[in-house]
Design a protein around this ligand. Structure first.
Ligand SMILES: Cc1ncc(C[n+]2csc(CCOP(=O)(O)OP(=O)(O)O)c2C)c(N)n1
Ligand code: SF4
Ligand SMILES: [Mg+2]
Length: 343
């Protein structure tokens, strides 16, 4: 019998074209589930792997880009230094789809200085934090996102307040900010697809339990805690620009956010008043969720109007890395004129 032809996406590629190396992370690690969601989202959107630049720092999370999309560009930077590499790559070639994968330690501890500047520049990229509240790779010390009063396996109590990366990102200028859970396949898939279609910094903080060091009672980043305290602000569907938009919905309960490439994020509101375009409301809801110990999930904030770093710098549409010498180097006559004006 003839073998069935594998299914292909809009780019004519099969799911196998999006695969990476075999994961060396622990079985059950939340990071593995996130890699699968990324792979599926890129396949379903028909993104060509060669257009993607995977960028990461150091940590179990930062290793994970090796486990999907082998055909993409990839740069495993120094601990906490992925944002500066991403900034350089995107300025040299604005046509790249930059996908940053970082950890809570990589971003909120050692890398916080670089992260805040990436966000305030609204650098157009997807920035995922695989958030387990610990430094998994170095055997489970608390990171800066660990909740006050949460405990390590050996009973040590965290006495420092956490940094909420979503709150920080919204305040500093990120234009697509969400929180999800590695175990919520449907929500995370829709949020990832929306992030890929957004133009600006799309930051997703994904609670991703570390089964080796932070999945016990007393942890607020465990599977059990996140499942019990997950409070979605809406149910999400993503409608790509290339799909027929004949979906029926009740306008009173669904909010439509149109993204830059014409795709749409449909927010089936669980709370009538939640509008992710309202920055003040987003900040208030996050602060309220902190006070009540809930894990607020969903797309918390979207702004499709703000200029990106490329807009602010007036970067040419043609990628800088493709410009010939004649275009990037002023002729001698211009340099002579500059020298004369200084004389
Ligand atoms: C400059 C520097 N300091 C410290 C380390 C040691 N180190 C490696 S990974 C890591 C923390 C990783 O934590 P996180 O980003 O949360 O990733 P996870 O392993 O939890 O996914 C640390 C402290 C390092 N590699 N480089
Ligand atoms: S140590 Fe934790 S974060 Fe690292 S691979 Fe294992 S479960 Fe994942
Ligand atoms: Mg971590």
């Amino acid at each position: 019998m003839a073998e069935a032809t594998p299914k292909t996406n809009r780019a004519g590629l099969t799911l196998a074209d999006y695969k990476g190396g075999k994961s060396t992370l622990c079985a059950g690690c939340g990071h593995n589930a996130i890699s699968e969601r990324i792979l599926d989202a890129m396949y379903e959107l028909g993104v060509k792997p060669e257009r993607v630049a995977k960028l990461s720092g150091i940590g179990c999370s930062s290793k994970s880009p090796a486990y999907f999309m082998s055909r993409s560009h990839s740069f495993n930077a120094l601990h906490g230094r992925m944002p500066s590499v991403a900034t350089g790559a995107l300025l040299a070639n604005r046509t790249l789809l930059a996908l940053g994968v970082s950890g809570d330690g990589d971003t909120a501890s050692i890398g916080i200085g670089q992260f805040v500047h990436l966000v305030r520049r609204n650098l157009p990229m997807v920035y995922i934090i695989e958030d387990n509240g610990v430094y998994g790779l170095t055997k489970g010390q608390f990171s800066a996102t660990a909740d006050l009063g949460s405990t390590l396996k050996n009973g040590v109590v965290n006495e420092l307040p956490p940094i909420d990366t979503c709150l920080l990102a919204i305040q500093l200028g990120a234009t697509y900010v969400g929180r999800s859970f590695s175990g919520d396949k449907k929500q995370l898939s829709a949020m990832l697809k929306g992030a890929v279609s957004h133009r600006g910094t799309a930051m997703l903080d994904v609670i991703s339990p570390c089964v080796a060091f932070n999945d016990h009672e007393g942890s607020t980043k465990s599977y059990a805690y996140t499942k019990d305290h997950d409070e979605p602000v809406h149910e999400l569907s993503f409608v790509p620009s290339f799909e027929d938009i004949g979906i029926e919905y009740d306008p009173g309960t669904v909010m439509d956010v149109r993204l830059h490439d014409g795709s749409r994020l449909q927010l089936h509101k669980l709370e009538e008043s939640y509008d992710p375009r309202d920055k003040l409301r987003a900040v208030t809801r996050i602060l309220e969720s902190q006070a009540s110990g809930e894990v607020l999930t969903g797309v918390l904030y979207v702004n499709t109007e703000a200029p990106t770093f490329h807009d602010l710098l007036g970067v040419t549409e043609d990628p800088l890395c493709t410009l010939p010498q004649e275009k990037v180097r002023p002729p001698k006559s211009v340099l002579d004129e500059v020298m004369r004006s200084l004389g």
